[in-house]
Design a protein around this ligand. Structure first.
Ligand SMILES: NC(=O)c1ccc[n+]([C@@H]2O[C@H](COP(=O)([O-])OP(=O)(O)OC[C@H]3O[C@@H](n4cnc5c(N)ncnc54)[C@H](OP(=O)(O)O)[C@@H]3O)[C@@H](O)[C@H]2O)c1
Length: 332
């Protein structure tokens, strides 16, 4: 027998997905070079889908939930890590094919893990999590096509959510003029505190339009909504601008024409955090530590215990979560 630990286990019973707390044993943990005492996990939209069963995320059962985790290495058979190293794992396959972060203990492949860069704590690394990592990838993708801070505003949609909040904080810290689009008036002060100078109401962007182009407004954008909103942002993006598409919180459809691309040279950049090469993740975390810094992330993250997860999972699926929730794997 190994050590027993608590976990939130997703299982399929009579064809229905159910999630509940279970006592597991470290002998049951999946294979991997790193044993980790998990100190924090987090809540992403995908976790909401996985735990509720509303999206088919787990590819086998039983599955420990939590697509992200952070903690301290307790045993390593990899030359790249040693006992005592603080590590973060975002994606990789956690909660899909491999037991995830809603547990006190985990065992993971070493090439999924990144040493948490100073000055971030494990809690701050989880306030970033997959959502914040994705926002950083969007910024890097925009930089690769030549975008830099200038006189015209960038726009972030779904701005008060996880990807959006980190995108706003990152772009503001990097010196971009910034508009944040949100559907919630209560988040305006929060978004301004992260660095947005203009607030755009969700309704200004999410209506169908018969026009192929609108007046040029945005230097570029980071979108986590898709649908009519992404189509509007593309119609309003200035010549040679670029928009990074990260999500589908509004809709997976994209009702656009080719006009923004062929008459204004606008670039639409797809972001998929899961496909980002593991070998390049250290550099993304280094950029986060440099560009975002704890000051930015501390305004975004809120800590909760595992037993408070249920309420926040329901809220994230309704689009009601502001910022990022960090989950301690203990039942308070
Ligand atoms: N490509 C990738 O690798 C990757 C990685 C992470 C996440 N994602 C995707 O990115 C999206 C956002 O993820 P997240 O973790 O940031 O989720 P989140 O925290 O729930 O944020 C989503 C935000 O979108 C807005 N929203 C929600 N429902 C909406 C609707 N029906 N119409 C218009 N706006 C709506 C809300 O922002 P306001 O209240 O400000 O309006 C909400 O806070 C999801 O689709 C997720 O699957 C993709």
């Amino acid at each position: 027998m190994g050590q027993s630990f608590k976990a939130l286990v997703i299982d399929q019973v009579d064809g229905k997905v159910k999630a509940g707390f279970q006592k597991l044993d470290t002998d049951q943990l999946p294979a991997g070079e790193l044993s980790v005492d998990v100190s924090h996990s987090t809540l992403n939209y995908k976790d909401g889908l996985a735990v509720s069963g509303k999206g088919k995320i787990a590819r086998k059962y039983p599955m420990v939930g939590g697509i992200d985790l952070a903690g301290i290495v307790t045993h390593s058979t990899s030359a790249d890590f040693k006992s005592g190293d603080p590590v973060v794992v975002c994606g990789g396959g956690l909660s899909e094919t491999h037991w995830g972060g809603y547990a006190e203990k985990a065992r993971v492949p070493a090439d999924w893990a990144v040493k948490i860069p100073a000055p971030f704590s494990p809690s701050q690394a989880m306030a970033i999590g997959t959502a914040g990592f994705t926002a950083m990838l969007a910024v890097i993708a925009l930089e690769r096509v030549g975008l830099k801070p200038g006189p015209h505003e960038m726009i972030v949609t779904g701005a008060a959510g996880g990807v959006g909040s980190v995108a706003v904080a990152l772009l503001a810290t990097l010196g971009y003029k910034l508009a944040a689009s949100t559907g919630r008036a209560a988040t305006h002060d929060y978004l301004k505190s992260l660095g947005a100078t203009t607030i755009v109401a969700r309704e200004e962007l999410n209506k169908p339009s018969g026009r192929p182009l609108d007046s040029e407004r945005w230097a570029g954008g980071i979108d986590s909504l898709g649908g009519e909103t992404l189509a509007s942002v593309l119609r309003q993006t200035r010549a040679n601008g670029a928009v990074a598409a990260c999500g589908l919180a509004e809709n997976f459809a994209l009702p656009t024409t080719v006009m923004p691309f062929i008459l204004r040279g606008v670039a639409l950049l797809g972001i998929d955090s899961l496909q980002w090469p593991m070998t390049q993740r250290v550099e993304v975390w280094r950029r986060l530590a440099t560009d975002l810094k704890p000051a930015g992330i501390d305004r975004i993250g809120h800590e909760i215990g595992l037993n408070q997860l249920d309420a926040v999972l329901t809220a994230i699926l309704k689009g009601e979560v502001t910022g990022r929730y960090v989950v301690r794997p203990t039942v308070d």
